[in-house]
Design a binder for this molecule. Sequence first.
Ligand code: ADP
Length: 548
Amino acid sequence: MHALMQQRPLLISGLIEHAATYHGDREIVSCQVDGSILRSDWRQLHARAKRLANVLTGFGVQAGDRVATLAWNTHRHVELYFGVSGMGAVLHTVNPRLFAEQIVYILNHAESRYVFFDTTFTDLVAKIAPQCPHIKGFVALCSRAQMPALNVARLYSYEDLLDGASAEYAWPVFEETRASSLCYTSGTTGNPKGVLYSHRSTVLHTFAACAADGLGLSANDSVLLVVPLFHVNAWGVPYAAAMCGAKLVLPGPGVGGESIFRLLRDEACNFSLGVPTVWLGLFDYIEGSAAKLDVSTMRLKRVVVGGSAAPRAIIEKFEKHFGAFVIQVWGMSETSSPATIGNLLPKHAGLPLERRFDLQVLQGRAIYGVEIEIFDADGSPLPHDGKVFGELKVRGPWVAGGYYRGDDGAALDDTGWFPTGDVATIDRDGFVRITDRSKDVIKSGGEWISSIDLENAAVGHEAVQEAAVIGIAHRRWQERPLLVVVKRPDKEAAPADILAYLQDKITKWWLPDDVVFVDALPHTATGKVQKLELRERFKGYRLPTDQS
Ligand code: ADP
């Protein structure tokens, strides 16, 4: 029997309509590329998104056409989020930190028709334009007066286009299963793969993000969005902020410690999101100028950390400096980002801080809408005892079922689960602990050592700025861990000091066999340590414990 409820499609345009109608004067603060700060609100953003939809219609952009961005977190980029998807085209956010060849590959693979770019990326556009025959035009995200010198056919000024377009536009109504946006994974081990989200998957994920036991976003929040709009739809927060009418603070190109600190303070942000590297930068700034900084007016209360494991040191520092609670999330492009969220349970109320930190270093519990399971090599599910490691698989209405243009064959295993490539434990309460990417696991004497646990422990040492652990071939144990460390410029430590520090923080036999200092670690375009490259660099390395 069919039910008798209305079949209104879940569309992204509905989110911005709602924000403009019910939270129209809630602020959007945008740091622009020229250094100025623009203050607007959801009503103005909606009007400009409609102008943009008219511009795209005038360009001949059709439903399903891909429209790409190479841009920072600014109001214009958020307008693209709603204008492009709202009119039925597909927003294709490209990570400008990728190598030019990868960007060319991605733009050609997606056959994107237009590219909207911040003027910071003018040289990049000049380089890639001749290699991307599908692109019909480039739009610089600036006024006519700020137009860059760039020799490409059909170059436009965004503000000029918007000025010339009407703000009258009726968002089209279509099936919710149509594609709304496209993000490519960073492709550390091959060509990037396209994850194609739908209006339905996006709106459903947005409900989960706003839910109290999700990210719990509400109209009362002032959100500093540090996670880039080109990284997995900024973890869904632009949509969630529109759904609940939160104040949105967009840092533009300035994601260094000082500018983050200023924005948090000046815009009274109580909520923020970003990858661990960004927060390390914030604390470097704070600790470097502690005597001069007044944090008494800061309102920061909740900080979402994901993308890589949140080191305990970051969790402790947020508590110490701001009394702020770190919510660790785990997710990937293929899960529309946050899939497990580190909210605590009623039984954890009143835990001593140290015990609470023990829970916060875990990756959290599955939110409704995402099913998770760990499996052994034969595909049998493993117990949720918090000890046994297995491959983490997920399924749900906002988890990818395949890649754009069928790349990489079937994305799902033959029982319909998506294999994440992450190795994890799940405990009795459902808390996930990611121990490694499956290709980064260290196999020592038939047992596994978690590089993430070792790295987390190492960054707690005051002289360690950043740490990575890789497996090094060992004649007796097959592999043993090597700790690679970037030291803080103002601190000194010898390998033995760091090993002594680790001694009581990790399982005894996990202690790295050696520590080496390097000037910098290689990173992917989304800030993760590139273990593949690091392993390559230390290929012939002989550990002191492996002497004949
Ligand atoms: P890419 O950086 O390759 O574009 P994603 O941003 O989708 O891809 O990265 C997803 C991967 O990042 C996950 O599979 C996992 O390995 C890692 N990751 C994300 N969040 C966490 C976390 N909180 N702890 C540990 N690893 C994480």
